[in-house]
Design a protein around this ligand. Sequence first.
Ligand code: COA
Length: 335
Amino acid sequence: MLLVRQGTQFDKELLPELMALVSSEMEKSVLAKKTAIEMTNDLEDGKIFLAFWKEELIGLVSYHDWNQCIEIMTIFVKDDFRRRGIGAYLAKTVYHFLKKTSKKRIVVMPNNSSKSLFLNLGLSPIDKALMNPKMRCACHGCAEEDQFPVCHCHYLEKVDGQNIVIEVTDQLNLDHRFYNQYLYLYKNMWTDAPWFETWTLQSTIEELRTYDDKQALFVLAHNDDRLVGFCTGYFVEKKEMREIAKHEQFNPVLDGYIGFYVAEVGVVRGLREQGIGLKLLQSMMAKARQRGVRTPLIISRTKAPESEYLFATCGLSKTKIADGGDPQRFYWVSR
Ligand SMILES: CC(C)(COP(=O)(O)OP(=O)(O)OC[C@H]1O[C@@H](n2cnc3c(N)ncnc32)[C@H](O)[C@@H]1OP(=O)(O)O)[C@@H](O)C(=O)NCCC(=O)NCCS
């Protein structure tokens, strides 16, 4: 039977067992290095949660208070007990404890094997450039310390999804306060199914530069200085729409009208399904109409079921026109 409980000063006798459990992962830089003294202090301060199977110590998770934020760290489950939901349970236990006992921002630097545990708790991937610099202390001794921020750890934060601000701008250049965050968010937005796209910083910058020659609109969703979503689009003519769609016969309805093409809409994982995408797209459509686009000529394309749902909610209709370059992507137009 599984028992997870907060460590106490009386658990100091478990220290050799605890160190034996995590030492090889610390050696390999899988876990941030901690000395026996630090572990003892964490136990005394109740900053470690221990997992037992019957009497056996099989896992742990700890946290560290960096003053401005609290980091969940050192999550570990013994080999034979993995992939049974114990890691997820440890993550959930410490996360809810912290939510109950502190108002500070909860953050984590997971690796690939623990990332999903925290995404499932609603934490969002955030640009490492926004990390509290004090947290870098935990990188000391890591084999990839010199490669930061291009290293194996991710950086996630719990971002408040309630007080989101929507802002519309014509230009998103170096001077814009969200320029860097936009590049980071965009670059990482399309790595999952169904896109599986790989973007580098350079290709993202180049993509953004293509908007310089267009009459573009950027809608940004942010909270607490964190950019959490974007929608981009630009005014188009029939010829340009044919080039975008790689489709010779594309949408003759554009003849004589000003059209507007919604190129991208994305919300950071952790804040999806909370209406942010809807606010982004509705704001974009309202702004495009304000600038002279007449119904029915707002156009977009997608193959992701969640975007189809979003488009339908915003009053777009699915056409039978598939993209010439990707036959799974269908075009949608405003009614
Ligand atoms: C990361 C770690 C703590 C996860 O612990 P775990 O107990 O295996 O975690 P869970 O079982 O809760 O979840 C892990 C995966 O198993 C899957 N899983 C959970 N229950 C399962 C089951 N009954 N059958 C099959 N898979 C299951 C989960 O869905 C999850 O898969 P996903 O990553 O594809 O979403 C563990 O792998 C570990 O100790 N690794 C070494 C230390 C480490 O890397 N720590 C992170 C430092 S940042």
